[in-house]
Design a protein around this ligand. Structure first.
Ligand code: ADP
Ligand code: ADP
Length: 229
């Protein structure tokens, strides 16, 4: 039984905008699935539905085989690490941002997760270490670093499934490379469902699902999709 399964999911926003039509996909435990496609295809909406922001118009979402409508929403959310697009980093320090997700985490654990996302350099550059400020005037974190901090925060909660919405949207090539390494580290012991509009970000996914105008138009590994395997 896959960890997450979307079975023939259709969805229209409350204003009537029909966005998804018959979308099916599975995320097996421990796997990396990427959702790619043009802007407006419905990718972010898929993540919002998994998070339970809106009821489906049709179809079923299952978590470990159980229809999510039968699961307490809080119990499901506790298993999900949702990092929205332009993930907000809160005013305060790196430490405070991380402790939001894991109030009792020890410094060792905070440093370990910062290493996973490639942020230890930033913290070490400042004499304030984990207490380096992130949200104020004179912020020393770049856009890419803020994104990685948000991912670090969600990793600390040890979700079974990480849902990442366009984690590289605002990143340059160097930071995109760093983020790919972050995702590989994050995927070591959890499943990942990643939204991207650039295929380059998600080349090494176990499965790439291509969405266009609310429908799945292709799926496979990168090699299968470009016809080289
Ligand atoms: P993608 O992530 O692939 O760019 P989205 O899921 O954000 O696509 O959006 C899919 C479609 O749904 C777009 O046409 C968008 O304008 C529309 N849409 C997104 N959010 C809302 C909303 N809250 N209400 C109505 N329509 C929306
Ligand atoms: P990115 O390409 O990720 O947006 P930037 O070019 O903004 O990165 O920043 C590159 C590096 O310089 C980052 O490590 C960032 O922390 C650091 N940095 C950015 N602004 C400042 C600053 N005003 N003072 C010191 N370091 C900075």
């Amino acid at each position: 039984v896959p960890l997450l399964e979307l079975d023939d999911v259709s969805f229209a926003y409350p204003d009537g905008t029909e966005v998804l039509r018959g979308v099916s996909l599975t995320v097996p435990a421990g796997s990396r699935v990427a959702l790619v496609g043009p802007s407006g295809a419905g990718k972010s909406t898929v993540l919002a539905l998994v998070e339970g922001f809106y009821p489906l118009s049709g179809g079923t979402i299952r978590w470990a085989g159980t229809d999510v409508r039968e699961l307490p929403r809080a119990a499901l959310r506790a298993q999900l690490g949702y990092v929205e697009q332009e993930a907000p980093v809160l005013a305060g320090t790196v430490r405070e941002n991380l402790l939001l997700a894991a109030p009792h985490a020890a410094d060792d654990e905070l440093w370990a997760v910062l290493a996973d996302v490639g942020l230890t350099g930033v913290v070490q550059r400042s004499p304030r270490g984990l207490d380096v400020p992130v949200g104020d005037e004179g912020v020393l974190l770049s856009g890419g670093e803020r994104q990685r901090l948000a991912i670090a925060r969600s990793l600390l909660a040890r979700p079974a499934l990480l849902l990442l919405d366009e984690p590289t949207a605002s990143l340059d090539a160097r930071n995109e490379g760093l983020l790919r390494e972050t995702l590989a580290a994050a995927a070591a012991d959890r499943a990942l469902l990643v939204v991207a509009h650039r295929l380059s970000t998600v080349l090494d996914s176990d499965q790439i699902v291509v969405l266009d105008a609310g429908r799945v138009v292709a799926r496979g590994t990168h090699g299968e999709l470009v016809g080289t395997s």
